[in-house]
Design a protein around this ligand. Structure first.
Ligand code: VG1
Ligand code: CO
Length: 541
């Protein structure tokens, strides 16, 4: 018997990046099964198809992978390519889908959310182009999950995922692959590994903090084995089911060990961290933190120095809340710069259509058209290759960049786990006051316009509304507010602030100080502190 009766669970609605819930919610009988069956049906069935499967090593991942394999077999799939131990970073999964011509893939991760029995789990479907399912598909998955009556699952022993090789599961082939090899090989085609080996040999010092998440094995193979960085360059290199109790979000708050080392005496030349599923990156130089929006701009301005991009970029894209630093680079280089809603799914169409080769988000995500996901280790290798060619420190590269393009001071303030009603009411009131805001003056700033961002995809014409509140001030400063779509507890309010300083003076302020008037004006307009009772944000990036 492969048919099992079931009934719908509420709320199986994918957010910014797949369905994320508390692990215990996913572990309820039939919960994972329902969502996976709905996914298979939303994509037109998987009979005769090849799929890719893997995840970030978090608690329940391997067990979920075994269930999904038995379901894929019962649904008639021909082959599933799965990372050994059910491990695959998100960019490696994206690469495998593309390289093997698979119909798509399932990624088991809640990315930057903590893992473990009391933390978070997630499931995401990626399409044949290697990119996250677009909203039409995630909406279909949700609709099907709300009317599901049965799922299919083979009643056989669990497949063994510990050994590389092929095995039969019913009529389906399970192909267990080394999770790292194909990805590391691809990186060798994009970057000048000889130059990087020479740089490490000459004493270049780097610290890579994999935060007990999936990039550990990839980073050890690439930096320590293939590029000759000293053993121990990668820390927290073993993926653990609960990420060692760490919060695998590479930002100054959660990657505080790395921050302390990079800001301390005897800091290495370069530091980096990545998140649970390996698609995010934080980069640092000795004594300097590079804001993700600036990192995107620097990569765009210097990409032609890297072998994989020496022909130049087709165009660039950033999410709306990301700073306009990259826009200035694009303008000078004569490149089109697209502005999309938050989430990597919006970049895929632009890349598939050959309109952009480089994309990024303020949330520590950068990537290119080598895959259809953001890619943390790729971004680190971009930086290393640029440092090797320019023979400058990270701090010198940033000074040089700001002196040339001016500086977009930028910061994001997060208020986590707010009561949902309270957060929604606050933004609802703001929406109702849009008209009255124009022309108002706060902290010496005059509101030029206020609106809610909506996006029309230039490739397929689809429209996504309600993608964040924007308040623009005269002179180019702005604040953006939106609610997170990846959390599993209450509502998380993200407040993104930006101010442009053209230079040559005023390029070396502390961002929180430089943004002071905007922070105060935001409080005056939105009243976050008053309405939530929170004295300060939980996380500042
Ligand atoms: C957050 C980030 C967004 C990112 C998404 C997935 O979404 O803001 O830029 O694409 O996480 O990243 P939200 O809706 O919580 O703001 V990952 O690395 O968690 O897959
Ligand atoms: Co991630």
């Amino acid at each position: 018997m492969t048919r099992h009766a079931t009934s719908p669970f509420e709320g199986q609605k994918p957010g910014t990046s797949g369905l994320r819930k508390k692990t215990k919610v996913f572990m309820q009988p039939r919960y994972l099964e329902n969502f996976v069956q709905a996914t298979f049906e939303a994509i037109g069935g998987v009979a005769g198809q090849t799929l890719v499967l893997g995840g970030d090593g978090r608690y329940f991942g391997a067990e979920a992978a075994r269930i999904i394999l038995k379901m894929a077999a019962a649904n008639g799939a021909a082959r599933v390519i799965v990372g050994q131990g059910a491990w695959l970073s998100t960019p490696a999964a994206s690469h495998l889908i593309r390289a093997r011509g698979a119909m798509g893939g399932i990624i088991l991760s809640a990315s930057h959310n903590p893992g473990g029995p009391d933390e978070d789990f997630g499931v995401k479907y990626n399409m044949g182009n290697g990119g996250p399912a677009p909203e039409t598909v995630t909406a279909a998955i949700y609709a099907l999950s709300q009317e599901i009556t049965e799922y299919h699952c083979l009643d056989v022993d669990d497949p063994d995922l510990t050994v590389v090789g092929e095995a039969q599961l019913g009529m389906m082939v399970v192909e267990v692959v080394d999770p790292v090899e194909a990805y590391a090989d691809m990186m060798e085609t994009l970057f000048d590994f000889n130059a990087l080996r020479a740089m490490f040999k000459a004493g270049f010092r780097m610290r890579m903090d994999s935060m007990c998440a999936i990039t550990g094995p990839y980073a050890v193979e690439i930096f320590e084995r293939r590029l000759g960085a000293p053993a121990g360059t990668v820390t927290h290199a073993t993926p653990l089911p609960d990420f060692g109790g760490m919060h695998p979000d590479p930002n100054p708050t959660w990657a505080h060990e790395l921050m302390a080392e990079m800001m301390g005496d005897d800091a290495p030349d370069f530091g980096a961290a990545s998140d649970g599923d390996g698609d995010r990156n934080m980069v640092l130089g000795a004594g300097i933190y590079v804001s993700p929006s600036d990192s995107l701009a620097v990569l765009a301005a210097n990409a032609h120095l890297v072998p994989g991009y020496k022909k130049g970029l087709k165009g660039v894209a950033r999410s709306m809340p990301t700073s306009a630093a990259v826009d200035r680079v694009a303008a000078e280089m004569g490149l089109v710069c697209y502005e999309t809603p938050t989430g990597w799914k919006f970049f895929g169409n632009l890349m598939d259509a050959g309109r952009v080769s480089l994309c990024g988000e303020e949330s520590f995500g950068t990537g290119s058209d080598h895959v259809r996901e953001k890619d943390g280790l790729w971004a680190v290798l971009m930086w290393l290759n640029i440092l090797a060619v320019r023979q400058m420190s990270v701090a010198e590269i940033m000074q040089d960049h700001w002196a040339h393009f001016g500086r977009n001071y930028y910061s994001r303030h997060d208020y986590e786990a707010l009561p949902v009603d309270q957060a929604e009411a606050m933004l609802g009131d703001l929406r109702a006051r849009f008209g009255a805001l124009t022309g108002a003056r706060h902290e010496g700033l005059i509101v030029e316009s206020a609106d809610e961002f909506s996006y029309r995809d230039p490739v397929d014409g689809s429209v996504s509304e309600g993608q964040g509140f924007r308040i623009l001030f005269e002179g180019g400063s702005r604040v953006v507010l939106r609610l997170s779509g990846t959390g599993t507890e209450g509502a998380t309010l993200r407040v993104y602030m930006e101010r442009y300083a053209p230079g040559p003076d005023g390029l070396d302020h502390d961002p929180q100080e430089a943004l002071g008037p905007i922070i105060k004006a935001t409080e005056a307009i939105v009243g976050i502190r008053n309405r939530t009772g929170r004295a300060a944000p939980n996380v500042i990036t």
